[in-house]
Design a protein around this ligand. Structure first.
Ligand code: SAM
Length: 357
C-alpha cells in the first residue's frame, strides 16, 4: 500500500459503508456477475479519490453541456403543460399537504433548478406548514447540502436521509401522506442489476418495492423522449466528452483504492458507446494489459482483467415512452399525465399507484 492510500485511510477513518459495498460490488463485477457499477459510484466524494478526479466535480462539468440530458430536462419545467399537468395535479391531489421525497437528490445545483420551483408552487398553494421535504441520497454530503438549501430557500420542514434506496427502503419513514417521490435525472432507471437479469424487470421491481415500503402514491419521473423515427443513439455525443470520461475514470480510482492499489487505472482507456441491443449507453474501461488483481482481504484468491476486456461501469438506459409506461405498469403504477419538452428530448411523467393488478 502506498503513502497516498495510507493517508486516505487515515483521513476517512473507519471504512464507510459505501466503500465496503464498492469493494464487494467490484469483486462481483470482475467476476462477471454484475452488469455495471451504477449511479452512486459516479458521485462519490472527492475525499475518496482526491481532487481533481472527484466524480462529483466532473459531473458538475458534464451537465454544463447544453445537450446533456440533465440540461435538456430543464426545458420541461418551463413548458406550460408542466405546471398544468404535473405541478397543479400534485397540488390538487394533496389538499392536506404532502411529504415530498427526492430519490437521489444529487447536487444542490440540481435541486435549486428542478425541485425548488415545485416546492415553492406547492408551498404557495397549500402553505409552508403543509409540506415536508426529504433529500435522500447515498452520498452523505449531497443529501445534507440539499436539505440545507431547501430550508434556506423555501423555509419548509426538511430532512436529509443517507440511505441506499435499493436496500434500505424499509428504513425510510415519512410523516405526512400522501407521499410523492421525485425521480429527476433518470434516478431509479440506473439501478444495479446482475448479468442475466432483465434491466426493466429489475427497475420495475425496485419501483414497486420502494413505493410499497414508503407508501409512495405518486412518482414524478423524467425520462428521455424520442419520436418513432429517431434513433436513441443520437443521445450518445454529449456523453462522449472529456468531462464524462473523467467521471468514469474517477470510478476506476475508487476501484483501485478498494482493491488496495492492485489495479492501475492509468493502464486503461475509457470508452463510451451505445449498445443497440440493451438500449444503453455503456461507459467503462478497457485495460491495455492483463492485470492480475488479488482480492482483498488477500487470501490467495485473485482475478484477472484481460487486455482488451471491457469493464462496464456506468449505464444510461434509454427507454422509449412505450417501454417506460410498460415498466411503470409492471411496477403497479400507471401514467396519469405526461409532458414532452418543445425540442422533443425529455418527458416528465406522473405515475400513480394503482395497486396490484
Ligand atoms: C442520476 S443522479 C441524479 C441526481 C439529481 N436528482 C439530478 O437530477 O441531477 C443519481 C443520484 O442518485 C444517487 N443514488 C444512486 N444510487 C442510489 C441509491 N441506491 N440510493 C440512494 N441514492 C442513490 C446518486 O448518489 C446521485 O446523487
Amino acid at each position: 500500500m502506498n503513502a497516498y492510500s495510507t493517508a486516505l485511510k487515515e483521513q476517512v477513518g473507519p471504512m464507510p459503508q459505501i466503500i465496503s459495498k464498492l469493494r464487494q460490488d467490484t469483486i462481483m463485477l470482475l467476476n462477471g456477475e454484475r452488469a455495471g457499477h451504477m449511479g452512486e459510484y459516479a458521485f462519490m466524494p472527492q475525499r475518496y479519490v482526491g481532487d481533481p478526479l472527484s466524480g462529483i466535480s466532473s459531473w458538475k462539468s458534464v451537465v454544463q453541456n447544453p445537450d446533456f440530458p440533465a440540461n435538456r430536462e430543464l426545458h420541461l419545467l418551463r413548458h406550460p403543460g408542466f405546471h398544468e399537468k404535473i405541478t397543479d395535479h400534485l397540488i390538487q391531489a394533496s389538499a392536506n399537504g404532502a411529504s415530498i421525497i427526492e430519490f437521489g437528490s444529487g447536487t444542490p445545483e440540481a435541486v435549486k433548478l428542478k425541485t425548488i420551483p415545485l416546492l415553492e408552487a406547492f408551498a404557495a398553494a397549500r402553505g409552508k406548514d403543509a409540506l415536508d421535504y426529504t433529500a435522500l441520497d447515498i452520498i452523505p454530503n449531497l443529501a445534507a447540502s440539499c436539505k440545507t438549501l431547501v430550508e434556506k430557500d423555501v423555509d419548509i420542514r426538511s430532512q436529509a436521509m443517507v440511505r441506499d434506496f435499493i436496500t434500505d427502503s424499509s428504513r425510510i419513514h415519512l410523516d405526512r401522506p400522501p407521499h410523492i417521490g421525485l425521480l429527476w435525472g433518470g434516478t431509479l432507471m440506473n439501478v444495479p442489476y446482475y448479468k442475466g437479469l432483465d434491466h426493466d424487470f429489475t427497475v420495475a421491481n425496485q419501483m414497486r418495492k420502494i413505493g410499497k415500503a414508503l407508501g409512495v402514491g405518486s412518482y414524478l419521473a423524467t425520462t428521455h423522449y424520442w419520436a418513432d423515427n429517431q434513433d436513441p443513439s443520437q443521445c450518445l455525443a454529449p456523453y462522449q466528452t472529456d468531462e464524462n470520461k473523467a467521471m468514469v475514470r474517477s470510478i476506476l480510482y475508487n476501484i483501485q483504492r478498494v482493491l488496495d492499489d492492485a489495479f492501475d487505472p492509468e493502464l486503461c482507456d475509457i470508452t463510451i458507446d451505445y449498445n443497440h441491443t440493451t438500449h444503453t449507453i455503456e461507459m467503462g474501461a478497457v485495460s491495455r494489459v492483463d492485470q492480475i488483481v488479488p482480492i482483498p482481504p488477500f487470501n490467495g484468491a485473485s482475478l484477472t482483467i484481460k487486455a482488451g476486456q471491457f469493464l462496464n461501469l456506468v449505464n444510461s438506459v434509454k427507454l422509449d415512452p412505450f417501454q417506460y409506461d410498460t415498466l411503470a405498469q409492471k411496477a403497479d403504477y400507471r401514467v396519469i399525465n405526461s409532458v414532452v419538452d418543445e425540442q422533443n428530448h425529455q418527458r416528465a411523467v406522473l405515475l400513480q399507484y394503482r395497486g396490484p393488478a
